[in-house]
Design a protein around this ligand. Sequence first.
Ligand SMILES: *Cc1c(COP(=O)(O)O)cnc(C)c1O
Length: 381
Amino acid sequence: MRFDTKLIHAAQPPDPLTGAVNPPIYLSSTFAQSSPNRHKGYVYGRSANPTRTVLENALAVLEGGAVGLAFASGLGALTTLLEQFRSGSRIIAGNDLYGGTWRLFEHHRRQFGITIDYVDLARGANLEAALAKGPCALVYFETPTNPLMRLADIRDIALRAHRSGALTAVDNTFASPALQRPIELGADIVLHSATKYLGGHSDIIGGALVIREAELGERLRWLQNAVGAVPSPFDVFLVLRGLHTLGVRMRAHGESARAVADVLEKSPKVTAVHYPGLSSHPQHALARRQMEGFGGMVSAELSGGMPAARRFLRNLEIFTLAESLGGVESLIDHPASMTHASVPKAQREAGGVRDGLLRFSCGIEDPADLADAVKGALREL
Ligand SMILES: *Cc1c(COP(=O)(O)O)cnc(C)c1O
């Protein structure tokens, strides 16, 4: 079965009881037992829920892992994953991470004896040097990163991590399994904020883990129940509904992003455009190798810093100024004052997130309308 067919049919048979082509939303916190501990596989809604099982099995197939697990948010998935690592463990993380991930690592986990070393994973030698410093439990990274769309070579990183006994986990939120499947490239764990492309309609908060090996997967399933950051059956249903159109949506997001990136790249008022699909992207060759499309996220830096960014945002039509990404509607974010405001200015700017940077989540409206909107706002600068 090819990917688009799997999205609709893999691990999603009609409901065995009624033939319903969509799984019922099982709003039940508990399940009857015929005698103590004799039941139909469901006991209590935190441990397992039949609607959630359908989503979890579908995600496992789509990402190519043994076990899929759904959570109440992306950070709920990450928190549960981190419970797996004892105090004294060391994590090597990419140095360009979602702000909430950085906050959880830096302002919380560190207090409990987890060491986190941040490394620019664009070069294999950097990872090699970090691994050589001592035992490492986990290499954790995003690709493409937020908001600068930098890539990391999943196959190369997984190979190096495994040689030194570390697990590899990839936050696959930006690409989604429609464009990139880290487990096929050697990663052990995939994490998602299902809030973004998997759900795809900006109407739920959700997260997921997919685990390559059954043994680690079952251990994390145990933690899913023990920690309890599980999603509601209704939210799970909406993610399943979103999944069905993931393939067509990702192709449309890609066309929109391409149209927007082309307009930005031609403008003399833009100093840099970050989109892996552009041949000017420094890792365009890697993008072609490990992705099946380049996704819907574009960032660009306006000359003129903060005042230019503010003027652009005032004049931009169609795009809604809002945090988050991955929905059918186009959103725009000003990282310096919104999503990345908690990062100290010097550190933020050293990392490349300057005041003139804008992040576009290109939706599935007509790409020509999105291109016109960006052109119009550039004209007013
Ligand atoms: C949004 C996001 C998260 C966090 O997910 P929530 O669902 O908001 O908890 C993690 N990683 C990336 C790349 C994200 O964009």
